[in-house]
Design a protein around this ligand. Structure first.
Ligand code: AHN
Ligand code: ZN
Length: 339
């Protein structure tokens, strides 16, 4: 027989200070809040096959325009491509145009892309991502690189790429519910960290704030919303973020249990991570549609985001077909199970 020992007792001599420290760290790590999987989540039997290759190609296509910085030619060309492609997949597409004030007071146009499948249906699900890319690489370790815009392969393009592939599938085989896909502009124009300017929460997510105050249909509602943000890294871990848990716990449970049952538990651990500012926050707070964020948070980095976040390393070299596929298959399964 053997007894269960605390793991640190295996490797430690009790007198060592370092050892004590590492035991405390181990203990803390093992105490991080977790929920647990439920294996009775109903699974869609008729959910179509999500193509990870296709999603990857949609990410690469966006990046090929160059950084989609609001006001740039790449931004305009990418928008034309997204609108035409979504129309081609059978969606009813509109571009919501407005104005928003960025952190320094400059007023910029907002262009939110709204693609509706089966717009006549009353019961709807809202899927979201942001399509703009950050004008600065303010988290890059190289000061020379900070003033240049990022490729945003993960931060922006990955979420849009997965939603474009979902749109392609919805066009071929309609879901039972109506689906709205909103691609928000101006998510990533928040206060630059490398300038001496005070950080302001509301300087982010200007496109979603605009939409939440001016929905494309007065009184618009959906059963729930799912936001995809930074869903392309090879080592991505999608943890249960606090705003999502607070406003939409049942959606969090549904998505994480579906991932577990489809065998994607490695990407969707049942770990709880702190709140963050992202587009879902305004959809929850202003419109009241219970919405979650599927976002890669990394508790080991100072920013809490992946190491390529807001750096020049956020490029196609750090995009994984497998991760895009895991996210796409989970979201498709969730969408197609709804009646
Ligand atoms: C914060 O920086 C607190 N939130 C930003 C969320 C984000 C930026 N997602 C992508 N880029
Ligand atoms: Zn960003």
């Amino acid at each position: 027989m053997f007894s269960i020992r605390h793991p640190s007792s295996v490797i430690c001599r009790p007198s060592s200070v370092i050892c004590l420290l590492s035991s405390v760290l181990l203990l803390l790590a093992s105490c991080k809040p977790r929920t647990s999987p439920q294996a009775d989540q109903p699974l869609a039997t008729e959910s179509p096959a999500f193509s990870a290759d296709s999603a990857y190609a949609f990410v690469a296509k966006q990046v090929s325009f160059g950084p989609r910085v609001p006001g740039s030619q790449a931004h305009g060309s990418c928008m034309e491509w997204m609108v035409a492609t979504l129309r081609n997949f059978g969606a009813e597409v509109m571009v919501q145009k407005g104005l928003a004030k960025i952190y320094d007071g400059t007023v910029l146009p907002v262009q939110n892309i709204i693609a509706r499948f089966q717009p006549e249906k009353v019961n709807r699900i809202l899927l979201m991502a942001h399509w703009d890319s950050r004008p600065f690489a303010d988290q890059d370790s190289d000061p020379v690189k900070k003033d240049f815009p990022i490729a945003g392969a993960n931060d922006g393009a990955s979420g849009v790429g997965v939603l474009m592939e979902i749109a392609r599938q919805l066009g071929q085989k309609p879901a039972t519910l109506g689906i709205d896909i909103i691609l928000y502009d101006l998510e990533d124009y928040g206060v630059p960290a490398h300038k001496d300017i005070e950080w302001k929460a509301d300087s982010w997510c200007l496109g979603s704030q605009y939409w939440a105050h001016n929905p494309h249909i007065p009184g618009y509602f959906a059963r729930y919303g799912i936001l995809l943000d930074m869903v392309g890294a090879p080592d991505a871990r999608f943890t249960q973020e606090e705003v999502s848990r607070y406003y939409a716990k049942s959606v969090v449970d549904k998505v994480w249990n579906t991932a577990y049952q489809l065998g994607f538990g490695r990407y969707f651990p049942f770990d709880q991570t702190p709140q963050l500012i992202d587009d879902h926050r305004y959809v929850n707070e202003i419109i009241g549609i219970p919405s979650i964020d599927i976002i890669h948070q990394d508790p080991t980095t100072e920013s809490s985001f992946p190491t390529t976040w807001h750096t020049q390393e956020d490029n196609m070299q750090h995009i994984s077909r497998e991760t895009l596929g895991a996210v796409g298959k989970v979201v498709l399964a969730v969408v197609y199970v709804e009646k």
